[in-house]
Design a protein around this ligand. Structure first.
Ligand code: ATP
Ligand code: MG
Length: 737
């Protein structure tokens, strides 16, 4: 067979990696050097040139989206479909294993995945039942503690607390949380991996089977694996498995979530006879972008060190825009994006990146105003919206009455007279009897424990869910979703919310029905595994259950894809992606690098790597913006430009001034001077009673001014729309007399 087409479009070093002898290989290379491309071609090479069965390949990527892209690219190269191959995230793969081997993993068959949001609620519940003060011990912190322990492979009893009050308290929460999870068959993300790792360790037969099956393991973004993932991989690889890991130590950005950059440093010791291959040519970015990114990352001390060069020309300088405030920044970005979209016709070529999700709302509003189609990854994700979670909770209960998280969520949504006090009483009954909330209701009612009103309300809810279950038995997934949304009263409840919001919620619920219609299940993984003794391990999940699982696993990435759109996401979610035009917004001290990181050198370096990741997403054009004042979490902050901007060599930069003038950039102090003078000129131009014109509201008269500095406001009585308060800084008022 002619296999040379697999090597087309690869440089010499990449070919070396793709055709490396079967063994353990580490591809260590900078951003945009073709690591992911090498992985895809390697798999095609293994299958076509080395005669490996797709059945024997397991590939791990960082997101489900990346996994499905990888599969598509391999199939395109091979010109055939390879469903037998396992491609997924660590969590997705662990989940699939547990669905097939739930018995061996000591889980109930219908165990439920807890997404981050469910997990936090559950931790809060645990803390309430333990009487632990949430003011003193934030639930988020407790959740973080639990996840860290799990990522390190420790269950609750293995946590060493000593006489440290912090650890003692958190250990107690963890223990109680663990008990509740076991009781309710609830599995959080970290637990998926922990359990499947234990499966390896406890069941030699299963391990041997999968070791025998997966002789070729490939891992993208290896620098962000945590302790448990690395251990899982090493156990599975055993003596016979061959691992190709690709990664970039300069792009390790999940240290705060337990990723261990050491895994990449130690790869050569952890695996036998490792061949290391370095790629140095970058194919993604222009010279200006790449050179500036190289200089930035050179400020980090702890690096394996790489040189990255490009054949490409220098291209446009990196643009720098100093915004007056966050609204001005958002408007500027929308303007620029719009110009690009008008020229190229492709909104999907543009990405707006930010450090924190809280920044997205203002940006989102600017996109709406400019009528630019956009999509947000992360942040308020489709499947995390309240109305969607409510609908999913009903669907969950129909599948499993004993799901406490689902019960809690909708027992009083829409309102049916089951208040906090009643719910607390139900919880107490459940605790006492060690049963689910559902079961507790049934028992308590039978024993006449609730008064007449409560009994009536609770019974009505139980009956509703039972009736829904009975009525939808024969329906397909989307028919079921449609039925449930209406019959539960959710649609009416949400549609009644006022104005735009009600409308949006209604549309989202409709969107859920179409998401169900599109869902086919079994796409990414086979559902049965024939074991050596001839028996078959089946995952036997209903389409409803698989859908609910998929939603939980995707939490954090999946968006309903509708048409081309500009992409907005956090820097963390941008890993591995590339876009012709990238905006890096909110480049301010305190925000990026994040306030919490500047004190610790290790964390500051991780922030710098994050900046490096952000910059290297850009192919043709990179625009960096920062705002001198910003309203975040209800407070105004005054920030200096990020130190990362100062670290970029000026020869690759160009500052954009309002009105289109450009000049070379300067340091921070001058930046604040500029905005101050901008403000004074504007302020000085107005007096009370003056006639002014506004682009949208028309003509009016100045009534009063209020505040000073960056937050000065002006009230104008417009002929058409009456009196309005405007931000003086960018209301853009024209003086008319
Ligand atoms: P990151 O570190 O950001 O994950 P990466 O090393 O995985 O980057 P890829 O995404 O695989 O890099 O490649 C970056 C871009 O360069 C892609 O558009 C890819 O198609 C292109 N590319 C890689 N190698 C070549 C090549 N030999 N010829 C042409 N284009 C290439
Ligand atoms: Mg990549």
């Amino acid at each position: 067979m002619d296999v040379t087409h697999i090597l087309d479009g690869l440089n010499e070093r990449q070919r070396e990696a793709v055709t490396a002898p079967i063994g353990n290989t580490l591809v260590l290379a900078g951003a945009g050097s073709g690591k992911t491309r090498v992985l895809v071609h390697r798999i095609a090479w293994l299958i076509e040139a080395e005669g490996v069965s797709p059945h024997g390949v397991l590939a791990v990527t960082f997101t489900n989206k990346a996994a499905s892209e990888m599969r598509q690219r391999i199939e395109a190269l091979l010109n055939l479909t390879v469903r037998a191959m396992w491609v997924g995230t660590f969590h997705g793969i662990a989940h699939r294993l547990l669905r097939m081997h739930w018995r061996e993993a000591a889980l109930p068959q219908n165990f439920q995945i807890l997404d981050a949001d469910d997990q936090l609620r559950l931790v809060k519940r645990v803390m309430r039942s333990l009487d632990i003060d949430e003011q003193k011990w934030p639930a988020r912190q407790a959740t973080g503690f639990i996840n860290t322990q799990k990522d390190e492979g420790r269950c609750a009893r293995e946590v060493v607390a000593g006489d440290d009050l912090f650890r003692i308290t958190h250990k107690r929460i963890y223990e109680s949380y663990e008990e509740l999870c076991n009781q309710g068959g609830l599995v959080d993300f970290a637990e998926l991996l922990l359990r499947s790792h234990e499966l390896w360790l406890n069941r030699e037969d299963l391990l041997a089977h999968y070791q025998n099956r997966f002789q070729h393991l490939l891992v993208d973004e290896f620098q962000d694996t945590n302790t448990l993932q690395n251990a899982w991989l090493r156990v599975l690889a055993g003596k016979t498995g061959r691992v190709m890991a690709v990664g970039d130590d300069d792009q390790s950005i999940y240290g705060w979530r337990g990723a261990r950059i050491e895994n990449i440093h130690q790869y050569s010791q952890d695996f036998d006879a490792v061949q290391t291959i370095r790629l140095e040519q970058n194919y993604r970015s222009t010279g200006n972008i790449l050179k500036a990114a190289n200089v930035l990352i050179s400020h980090n001390a702890d690096r394996l060190g790489k040189e990255l060069w490009t054949d490409d020309d220098d291209g446009e300088p990196i643009k720098l825009y100093s915004a007056y405030n966050d609204l001005d920044e958002a408007r500027f970005i929308a303007d620029r994006a719009q110009r690009h979209i008008e020229d190229s016709g492709s909104p999907q070529e543009v990405a707006v990146l930010y450090r924190s999700n809280a920044q997205s709302r203002v940006l989102e509003e600017a996109m709406l105003r400019a009528q630019i189609p956009y999509r947000i990854y992360g942040g308020q994700r489709f499947f995390e919206r309240a109305e969607i979670k409510n609908a999913l909770a009903y669907m969950r209960l129909m599948h499993d009455r004993h799901s406490d998280p689902a019960f809690e969520r909708v027992v009083n949504t829409p309102a049916r007279g089951i208040g906090d006090k009643t719910l607390e009483a139900i919880r107490a009954e459940a605790r006492e009897r060690s049963v689910s909330l559902w079961q507790a209701c049934k028992e308590a009612i039978a024993e006449g424990k609730f008064n007449g009103r409560v009994t009536g309300a609770v019974q009505a809810f139980l009956k509703l869910v039972d009736d829904l279950g009975a009525a939808t038995n024969e329906l397909s997934l989307h028919e079921l979703a449609d039925f449930v949304i209406h019959a539960s009263g959710l649609m009416e409840f949400h549609a009644r919310e006022r104005g735009e919001r009600g409308l949006a919620r209604k549309e989202n619920l409709e969107e859920l029905v179409s998401a169900c219609r599109q869902f086919t299940g079994e796409l990414v993984f086979p559902v049965a595994e024939t074991l050596p003794d001839g028996s078959e391990a089946r995952s036997d999940v209903s389409i409803l259950e698989e859908f609910l699982d998929q939603v939980a696993l995707d939490a954090g990435e999946q968006q309903t894809e509708t048409g081309p759109a500009l992409q907005m996401m956090t820097l963390h979610s941008a890993k591995g992606l590339e876009f012709p035009l990238v905006f890096l917004s909110g480049m301010e001290e305190g925000l990026f690098p994040h306030r919490m990181s500047v004190e610790e050198p290790g964390r500051l370096e991780e922030e710098r790597r994050l900046c490096y990741v952000g910059m290297t997403r850009a192919m043709r054009e990179l625009v960096i913006t920062f705002a001198e004042t910003r309203r975040l979490h209800g407070n105004d902050t005054y920030n200096r430009p990020s130190r990362f901007i100062m670290e970029l060599p000026t020869q690759h930069l160009e500052e954009i001034r309002l009105g289109g003038a450009v000049r070379r950039p300067y340091g921070a102090p001058e930046a604040s001077k500029r905005s101050a003078s901008l403000f004074e000129e504007t302020a000085a131009g107005f007096r009370l009673g003056q006639r002014v014109g506004h682009a949208k509201f028309g003509e009016g008269v100045v009534l009063q001014c209020e505040g000073s500095g960056d937050r000065a406001r002006i009230q104008v009585n417009f002929a058409g729309v009456g009196a309005k308060w405007l931000m003086l800084g960018y209301a853009n008022l024209q003086t008319l007399d």
